[in-house]
Design a protein around this ligand. Structure first.
Ligand code: NI
Length: 213
């Protein structure tokens, strides 16, 4: 009887250590940049914290600050396509949607040497034509509404309260958001979270339970 109890205890401990070792996982995403001064500031913070994030860039902004886009890619972060001029894609013809995405692709490719892996529709308004060169639109689970609440404490509170396997939406064009990032990362790290890019998230890195070996 004791042996069975010990065995059950061992299984329980193993089960929970499996879950805690792997399941706490979030993806930080920053939209609407690159911003000429705030994005480099954010890159310094992310480097200091050793965290990789995903940047959904607007093509027109990339064209204005190609060196910043290049620095984002060079630091190992992921870049996504967030259209060329940030319109509501649902209100455009299929042809114009394609043009918005392709022009942003071209700007990002010219600046960084790589095509963005995923798309994000401005305002989350995904157009009817969903497939563009085999890529998908990626939304979010947690909206910090940082464009509305220009308050670092608010942004920190919302982002740091995220659950596991959630994609967090922020914008690296607001000083209050960038100022909130160190506390967000520290609080999430303290809760045992690790950080993945959107592509890692989509490939299942957040949902697979790792083995303890
Ligand atoms: Ni946007």
């Amino acid at each position: 009887m004791r042996a069975i109890q010990a065995l059950l205890l061992a299984i329980t401990v193993l089960f929970f250590s499996c879950i805690s070792a792997s399941a706490q996982c979030v993806a930080l995403t920053f939209d609407d940049g690159p911003h000429p001064s705030l994005t480099p500031k954010l890159l310094n913070i992310l480097e200091h914290e050793n965290v990789k994030a995903t940047f959904y860039m607007v093509g027109r902004m990339v064209k204005e600050s190609p060196a910043v886009a290049r620095a984002v890619a060079g630091a190992g972060h992921e870049i996504g396509n967030h259209s060329y001029t940030h319109p509501n894609l649902q209100r455009l013809s299929a042809r114009d949607v394609l043009s918005q995405i392709e022009r942003a692709d071209e700007a990002i490719l010219a600046a960084t040497g790589s095509l963005p892996k995923t798309l994000r529709a401005p305002y989350g308004e995904v157009p009817r034509v969903k497939d563009i060169h085999g890529r998908r639109y990626v939304g979010w689970d947690v909206d910090t509404n940082d464009w509305k609440y220009r308050n670092s404490a608010h942004v920190t509170h919302v982002a740091a309260s995220s659950g596991s396997r959630e994609i967090i939406l922020m914008h690296d064009i607001h000083p209050t958001t960038v100022a909130a990032v160190p506390a967000i990362i520290q609080k999430l790290k303290a809760r045992g979270f690790r950080f993945v890019t959107v592509s890692q998230y989509l490939s299942g890195e957040c949902s697979t339970v790792a083995h303890t070996s």
